[in-house]
Ligand binder design. Structure first.
Ligand code: KIV
Length: 287
């Protein structure tokens, strides 16, 4: 793989708020390993999210709930090694910040110390607010996540847009303001009607990052496997597919398999020779 090496240093976290003030859109994408981290960096992406969507896209589960701390640390470590300039945000998996504030801080610190990420992301408001305050207070920057929060998708009644009544939309605005007060440096808005996301983006001083939340968020995020056509599960309407890598990969693997079976691979160019006299000696030694 050849990618353009990153020349700039790490994007300062405070630049995200400055980008919002300047009206410059923030680009975020998920990545779960070294090559995807490298490619996202080479493409000029600003923020890499090691999302717990990896439970579905990489590990084959049917929701994000089974992701463990060890899964997320392993994936985050690899992605962070590949990403020099982008800020790397690790998703705290379900169960890693819900049980106690002490647990939440301990687990957030593990991401920074053991995986080398720059920040963590947690889902929800309400009972999660004290956890955010404690994590941010311990010096680990926190990204919030409102709207369709996949870790609690069952409680939300399924994979559906949130904030579609006036009362629920108002609650989302209140929750977003509470996340900012609790210390979040940014808030993801997932599957929220565009006018609601626009209102929240206007109300907050920290940037909003939308996924299925319309064009007025301060930035956008998509799941790596969705935008590259590598995930064949649920495909929400907000996904735009920029490539069909599953088809390209399938074609390459089918051609490889056919060439192995026919003997067309490997060719001369893929093999190693040895000096003629050494070959003669070798043949006489082995008879
Ligand atoms: O896990 C994830 O990939 C996410 C994004 C969809 C925001 O939380």
């Amino acid at each position: 793989m050849t990618t353009r090496p990153s020349t700039a240093g790490k994007l300062p976290l405070t630049d995200l708020a400055a980008m919002k003030r300047r009206g410059e859109k923030i680009v975020m994408v998920t990545a779960y390993d070294y090559p995807s981290g490298r490619i996202a960096d080479a493409a000029g992406v600003d923020v890499i999210l090691v999302g717990d969507s990896a439970a579905m896209t990489v590990l084959g589960h049917d929701s994000t709930v089974p992701a463990t701390m060890e899964d997320m640390l392993f994936l985050s470590r690899a992605a962070a090694r590949g990403a020099a300039r982008p800020l790397v945000v690790a998703d705290m998996p379900f169960g890693s910040y819900q049980v106690s504030t002490e647990d939440a801080v301990r687990n957030a610190v593990r991401f920074v110390k053991e995986a080398g990420v720059d920040a963590v992301k947690v889902e929800g408001a309400g009972a999660v607010l004290p956890r955010i305050e404690a994590i941010a207070g311990a010096g680990v920057p926190v990204m919030g996540h409102l709207g369709l929060t996949p870790q609690t998708v069952t409680a939300l009644g399924g994979w559906r847009a949130q904030g579609r009544t006036a009362a629920r939309a108002h609650q989302l605005v209140e929750d977003a303001l509470a996340l900012e007060r609790a210390g979040c440096f940014s808030v993801v808005l997932e599957c929220v009607p565009s006018p609601v996301a626009a209102r929240i983006s206007e109300a907050l001083t920290v940037p909003t990052i939308g996924i299925g939340a319309g064009p007025d968020c301060d930035g956008q995020v998509l799941v790596f496997h969705d935008l590259l056509g590598l995930y064949e599960g649920r495909s929400p309407r907000f996904v735009k597919r920029y490539a069909d890598l599953a088809a390209i990969t399938l074609d390459a693997l089918e051609r490889y398999a056919a060439e192995v079976r026919s003997g067309a691979f490997p060719e001369e160019a893929h093999t190693y020779a040895m000096p003629e006299e050494e070959l003669t000696l070798f043949r006489s030694a082995v008879g």
